[in-house]
Ligand binder design. Structure first.
Ligand code: SF4
Ligand code: SF4
Length: 425
């Protein structure tokens, strides 16, 4: 058997294994109504029919038909459908890794309740089993497993970042505090690009009187297993954080500016570990909203009211999937009541920035993700917004690149930095 045939067989085996009753019933339920196409930023911005969400799971449908239905077996036998081969695998690797940010906008609109994004996750898993995942994502996965972070940042690098934070703060950061209420986890993306967030969040926690801690053992909320669809890797990486949370006996894990790290710990972890975890998983946006509502954090009213018009970008994983819609709006209505303006498509209807789900890390996806970003730029233009604020480092980097690409003047801000600036200490 040739290497190519082995790859094909591995991929096919995985797909077949995953075409269980649930997947099969979802695939059977599709009425080909096409509504999901109009939900996808990649399809809308390019008009390319291959970017229709349901087409991105066609490989799964074919695997199901070819292996489980009499008609499918017959079609393959008489040559009306060809067996899935290496060419198909390579083609869908591009569609599912470069033209999908797993934003779930399509899943939200499907009248048949098909979780298309969930199925795309299964295609990604099959592609990873077939060694067809983009090399950059695999290198990042290897780095995270071996060193702790996808960019290769190791414990010493994180220790240096924390030391820098202490110098900026002029006081020590709480490390491995047993009995702390909150364990705060950052990502390498955030500390590489928006390192001040470490100082901002420390100030916010201290000002609110929160009993909190960091840990070098639970240092990166990023989860490459989630990105590539590998459940074993996802569990191994999540375990590093969950284990420390157990040991320290915290009441909650606070995930800072990372969307997929947040949904991994908040939603997937219970299933990964087969138990209800004895602590909550809370996004920093939600926590800041709670602090303000509880009177633990005082913000200067109207601090950001000026000639700028500020809009909010709802991140797919933090808002559409995580449901944290109200806290950012309550905060913005407090610190920028006259400058804050909603985009016309907001909350669960918000368009993805185009850079999530690992897409931003794949060099070959640059042009396409900029096309997708053009929708977001148009949304901002529609309401004359000059600046945009959000709660996800990956979105922030995509917006910054998008602003540069389309020569958009204006600022890309993080909600954390705005809160830290408007806070009365
Ligand atoms: S919206 Fe749902 S039913 Fe309609 S084509 Fe897409 S997956 Fe099928
Ligand atoms: S999850 Fe988002 S990017 Fe992926 S197909 Fe659906 S709408 Fe498009």
């Amino acid at each position: 058997m040739s290497a190519t045939e082995i790859i094909d067989q591995q991929a096919l085996n995985f797909f077949v294994k995953n075409v269980g009753a649930e997947v099969a019933s979802q695939l059977e339920a599709c009425t080909r109504c096409g509504l999901c196409a109009d939900a996808c930023h990649f399809y809308i911005s390019t008009g390319n029919p291959e970017y229709t969400p349901i087409w991105k799971v066609e490989l799964l449908r074919r695997a199901y038909e070819q292996n489980y239905t009499i008609l499918g077996k017959l079609k393959t036998a008489i040559g009306l459908d060809k067996r899935i081969d290496t060419e198909d695998i390579a083609h869908w690797a591009v569609l599912d890794f470069q033209a999908c940010t797993v934003c779930k906008r399509c899943s939200f609109v499907c009248p048949m309740g098909i979780d298309i994004a969930g199925l795309i996750g299964k295609v990604r898993a099959g592609l990873t089993a077939a060694h067809a995942t983009p090399p950059k994502l695999m290198a990042m996965t290897k780095n995270q497993l071996e060193k702790g972070s996808p960019d290769g940042s190791d414990e010493a690098k994180w220790a240096a970042w924390f030391k820098w934070g202490e110098e900026q703060l002029g006081k020590s950061l709480p490390m491995d505090v047993k009995g702390a209420d909150s364990l705060v986890v950052f990502t390498m993306l955030e500390l590489n690009s928006f390192r001040n967030n470490l100082v901002h969040i420390a100030r916010i926690m201290n000002a609110a009187g929160e009993k909190w801690t960091l840990s070098l053992r639970a240092r990166d909320a990023f989860n490459m297993g989630t990105v590539i669809g590998d459940g074993a890797v996802q569990k191994k990486l999540a375990e590093r954080i969950v284990k420390v949370a157990h040991e320290l006996g915290v009441k909650r894990i606070i995930v800072t500016e990372c969307g997929h790290g947040y949904v991994t710990l908040r939603q997937a972890a219970h299933n990964l570990f087969g138990e209800t975890l004895p602590f909550d998983v809370v996004h920093i946006t939600e926590l800041m909203g709670d602090f303000v509502r509880q009177g633990r954090l005082k913000l200067r009213k109207g601090y950001f009211d000026n000639e700028h018009r500020i809009t909010y970008h709802d991140a797919c994983k933090i808002q559409r999937i995580g449901g944290n819609f109200d806290s950012p709006r309550e905060i913005l209505n407090l610190i920028a009541p006259s400058s804050f303006v909603e985009m016309n498509l907001n909350r669960e209807q918000s368009f993805c920035c185009g850079g999530g789900g690992g897409v931003r890390a794949i060099p070959e996806a640059y042009d396409l993700r900029m096309e997708a970003f053009s929708l977001k730029a148009a949304q901002m233009r529609e309401v004359d917004a000059t600046d945009v604020v959000m709660s996800c480092s990956n979105c922030r980097l995509q917006f910054k690149e998008g602003f540069e690409h389309f020569r958009i003047q204006g600022e890309v801000k993080g909600l954390v930095e705005m809160v830290a600036e408007a806070m009365i200490e």
